[in-house]
Design a protein around this ligand. Sequence first.
Ligand code: ADP
Ligand code: MG
Length: 495
Amino acid sequence: MDAEGATDTQTAPLKAGDVVDGWRIEEKLHTGGMAHLWRVSAVAGEVGGEARGEGAPLLPPGTEGLPLIMKVPRIKGGEDPASIVGFEVERMILPALQGPHVPRYVARGDFTRTPYIVMERIDGVSLRPRLDEAPLAIDEVIEIGSRVATALHELHRQHLVHLDIKPSNILQRPDGTVVLVDFGLSRHDRLPDLLEEEFALPMGTGPYMSPEQVQYVRNDPRSDLFALGVILYHFATGERPFGAPDSVRGLRRRLYVDPVPPRAIRRDCPPWLQEVILKCLEVKPERRWQSAAQLALALQDPHQVPLTARAERLQGSGALLRFKRWFFAIGSEPAQRPRLGVATQLMKSPIVMAAVDVDNAAPALLEQLRETVRRIMVTEPGARLACVSVMKTARIGMDELVDEQGRSVHVRQLVGLKHWARPISRELDLDDGRLTFHVLEAPDVAGAIVEFAERNQADHIVMGARGNSAMRRYLGSVSSQVVAQAECTVTVVRA
Ligand SMILES: Nc1ncnc2c1ncn2[C@@H]1O[C@H](COP(=O)(O)OP(=O)(O)O)[C@@H](O)[C@H]1O
Ligand SMILES: [Mg+2]
């Protein structure tokens, strides 16, 4: 895809100073295989792209003053249908996405005139240059993983599987927030999949492609967790877990060959981090983390990561196992496509948060709360449960942190929480890491519950109402404040 002989669709290639649909072309920022990226600005009084002639304002509301970038596909005389379709896919998907983890969409033009997408320009570099610095400090690997997983979960929630997660498509805002770009291979649950309809080749980037992507599956959000696992492996060890194959045959090796465990390359990689990374890289999606939020939570709270044989493994798969897997991988394509959509898959592995006031709630309420949580967990076999108790602390650090018997209040609450949850964890066998305990210390109990739910992307909060009305009048109702402020579903239980 070199420049020589390339005829772009524009009759004349763009150059600085041109004006297209009211966008002034300023400076070329990037030349890629598939696209050029230009810094652009809106010319006063003109209207950009599709909005033109429809009486629409110059810029969509709230985008005035936003630094802008224009992505222009780079298509040579019709010989590369994949890049044309890829552009169409991105042009369709970007306007459907929102929030801090994607560039804000501004305008677009199509192939009948000039194809382009104008979007917010993120002021920051991609993770691509960091590959050359790998292995990175362990703390940095963890930080990157947690930020990318958080962004991924947000996109999965918006019905999107990215399918091309790799360092060059991951940007960071100056405050560290991760922004994902390049939706040319993505699949949106509620939009037609142009790529599935038109191509019969696995699509993605060799080193990062998940086994199911190699087998043409395009609607499993856990494919993005595999790609993130590849990135974390590379950042942690300085090596690629599956090399950089460029043939379908090479790609298929990952269906039956396990990567060398990170600790065999880097001994100071903690076992829990190896567990987290290898769990991302499992061949079967069912054996990976079940959602990006669960992965983010694991990276933020390492001591709660359940360690399996994966944590200590120092060798890849043996020859016999490899042969068996190879044998069974033959003829297994195309794999059965999961019938579930992205959103459904996520809904099957929600995070349920139980806010339990172990110290003060009446026994009947605790019982009732447990029964409610139990019923929810029974109906959602993939769900994980985070049990949270908040220690109310005063603003000035003068609180009693030990009780009358000299025990730490924090530890006492933790023990209380575990005790409360034991019947559920026994019945549902939640000891495989789907159950975690958190004692928070905060002056504002409701605020702490809401913040925890948001930070961990909880789908459902279950909590008790304060029964005693005198107490409620005196202290205010924590549950009504949570109901008012939380973004997720809240169930308030009364004794
Ligand atoms: N909105 C944006 N703001 C800033 N930089 C961007 C933006 N979108 C893309 N880039 C930069 O341009 C590069 C190429 O963009 P991308 O959309 O990934 O195109 P390609 O299809 O060529 O990979 C990215 O790796 C990133 O560094
Ligand atoms: Mg890219």
